[in-house]
Design a protein around this ligand. Structure first.
Ligand code: ATP
Ligand code: MG
Length: 578
């Protein structure tokens, strides 16, 4: 491709709207442009990257026997009502009506549509196992679309669905997909880590997320440096502390704590550690009903765990007015003592605490030397807090560490959640009917591109891993003589003939501008052609990532590039097997 004829609108200035480096560089390199919040156009350079990622995904899906199809983006409300997700999905689901006032939505995921296809078409165990996938535009009206393609409202996803006769087959399919995902992320040049995950809105039995480790990641994971254990903090189990030896308990005491509404204020006032304080959080669990959750002062409540324990679809903190109405205590001074009419859940960590501090249910009052059971009843104990660095690993007991990650893929073993609700069954060899066992597997194609930039850039721009680079080599004629022009044209023809994806910067621009654009676009190899070099019969090849330079006679350049590109592609495929 000749740059003079291409549509690659690079930007000299930093776009103000971009918070993370990948978003900034995609805009500056002319890969994407915003149309509306969370909605982007893929420009030619961006689309080339997307297509390369899709090709790798396709190859690996086909390799494990998944078959590609394409489902519609628009799906009828009736299907979503069968699984209750028409209501459950909430505002993320974009709903619309056709001219006959029939309800539809833009697919945020396709379990309903594929399960409907299955129940109409598949009858017998002989047609199983079956795995189908598509690469398609999804729409989710995210609360906080941000970071460009990382969290957009319209995005491209690969979603696959497996159908099996039995649990063992489904597990096998899940493992095959897990392995395919590892190959895909290795091949796209990402450093990643599979982690145990929560099943969220999709639901099901077990689930893994594939996290690209990056400081800008929105997800927090805990991992055990000495075992493969890693989990999203949303899901990470917290091992209950060992049981305490019974000890003499001090008598309950009231203490005046004027204006000490937060744990920090209280600790400063009483000169104590936050780990001695127990906070009481109230969630509204029905109309005019609240549930109290006790969490140690230095721990974070995990609302996903609490919500799952309570069997609720969503969880909201009770308003201060509702709390005041039911407990008669002002915000910042509520506690479990004397609240026998409110259901109280306590995190396991509280069981190891004695003589702790809670709100006194009166303005400016806390209680000292409080003890669970003696001073108030706990209705349910459980794991209600977020895991944090230093917690013991559930596998080895060693202290866990934390890291930030970008979720690029997510796989779920669904079981019969959808097939039972939608009547997707098959007949076994004896003629008995069973609900089919399903799995579903998603990958964010645009998010991979963004994550790859987060991991592969420097202050000058993107450093693409070869397998997803939009072009493999870029020719930079840096002086404007006829000899340079001819040498550039000749090399361009040769590289094209050898199927190297090459950009020729034939614009009438200064060398500095060409260097800057080539660095920003991130083409892995730059071939610099100038009069001085030609006079010595050499061209310079620069490796974008390492900055290493090689000088070669012009007639050896094509073979060198061809060899280097091939080797890098082969190496990326070899890595997938590690
Ligand atoms: P997240 O927690 O980031 O919202 P999710 O759990 O909702 O993700 P899934 O439903 O598992 O995501 O979707 C499968 C994949 O699609 C994700 O792993 C991610 O790579 C991608 N994806 C999900 N939401 C978005 C989005 N808003 N923009 C871009 N990619 C997305
Ligand atoms: Mg989501």
């Amino acid at each position: 491709m000749r740059l003079s004829q291409s549509f690659i609108p690079t930007m000299r200035q930093d776009p103000g709207e971009a918070e993370v480096i990948s978003h900034r560089l995609m805009l500056r390199a002319g890969m994407i442009r915003k149309v509306a919040t969370g909605i982007y156009s893929y420009l030619p350079l961006g689309l080339r990257v997307i297509r390369k990622i899709e090709t790798i995904v396709r190859e690996e899906m086909n390799r494990v026997g998944a078959q590609e199809l394409l489902l519609p983006i628009l799906s009828p409300a009736e299907l979503w009502k069968e699984t209750d997700r028409w209501d459950f999905y909430g505002k993320e689901l974009v709903r619309l009506q056709d001219r006959h006032d029939r309800d539809f939505c833009l697919g945020p995921t396709h379990e309903e549509v594929i399960t409907d296809l299955f129940r109409r078409e598949v009858r017998s165990y002989r047609q199983l196992p079956l795995t189908l996938y598509q690469i398609q535009t999804k729409f989710r009206d995210e609360i906080r679309p941000r970071f460009g393609l990382m969290r957009s409202r319209e995005f491209i996803m690969k979603d696959a669905y497996s159908f099996d006769r039995d649990e063992a087959g489904a597990q096998q399919n899940y493992q095959r997909m897990y392995d395919a995902y590892c190959r895909i992320f290795s091949r796209t040049g990402l450093q990643f880590r599979p982690v145990e995950a929560d099943t969220g809105l999709i639901g099901g039995i077990s689930s893994h997320e594939f996290m690209v480790l990056a400081n800008t990641g929105e997800e927090l994971i805990v991992f055990d440096p000495d075992s493969p254990y890693a989990a999203n903090v949303e899901r990470a189990e917290v091992v209950p502390p060992p049981a305490q030896e019974p000890s003499e308990l001090k008598p309950l005491e009231k203490v005046s704590t004027p204006n000490a509404k937060s744990v920090e204020d209280l600790c400063a006032l009483l000169n104590i550690e936050a780990s001695r304080v127990v906070k009481t959080l109230f969630y509204q669990t029905a109309e005019d009903t609240i549930t109290g959750v006790l969490i140690r002062g230095d721990h974070q409540a995990n609302e996903i765990k609490i919500q799952r324990f309570l069997g609720l679809h969503d969880l909201t903190l009770a308003s201060p007015e509702l709390v005041a109405k039911i407990t008669t205590a002002p915000v910042g001074f509520v506690g479990p003592v004397g609240l026998s009419h409110v259901r109280i859940l306590a995190d396991n960590a509280i069981a190891a605490l004695t003589d702790f501090i809670v709100g006194g249910n009166e303005p400016d009052v806390h209680l000292l030397n409080v003890n669970a059971t003696r001073d108030f009843a706990v209705h349910d104990w459980g794991d209600f807090r977020q895991a944090q660095a230093g917690d013991p690993s559930p596998r080895t007991g060693n202290p866990l560490q934390t890291a930030r990650g970008i979720e690029v893929g997510h796989i779920f073993l669904l079981g019969t959640k959808y097939s039972e609700k939608m009547g997707a069954t098959f007949l076994d060899a004896g003629g008995d009917s069973h609900p089919v066992i399903m799995g579903c597997y998603g990958i964010g194609i645009g998010r991979i591109a963004a994550a790859a930039i987060e991991q592969n850039h420097d202050e000058k721009g993107i450093c693409w891993p070869m397998p997803i680079a939009p072009y493999q080599a870029q020719i930079l004629p840096v002086t404007s003589s006829e000899a340079v022009r001819l040498a550039s044209e000749q090399l361009y023809d040769e590289l094209c003939q050898h199927n190297i994806e090459v950009l020729l910067d034939d614009r009438n621009e200064r060398g500095g501008v060409k260097f800057n654009d080539a660095d920003m676009i991130g083409t892995p190899y730059h071939i610099i052609i100038g009069d001085k070099g030609l006079a010595r019969n050499t061209l310079e090849i620069k490796d974008r990532k390492t900055g290493e330079k090689v000088l070669l006679p012009p007639d050896q350049v094509t073979a060198w590039i061809k060899n280097a590109v091939t080797q890098e592609l082969v190496r990326s495929k070899r890595k997938e097997k590690e």
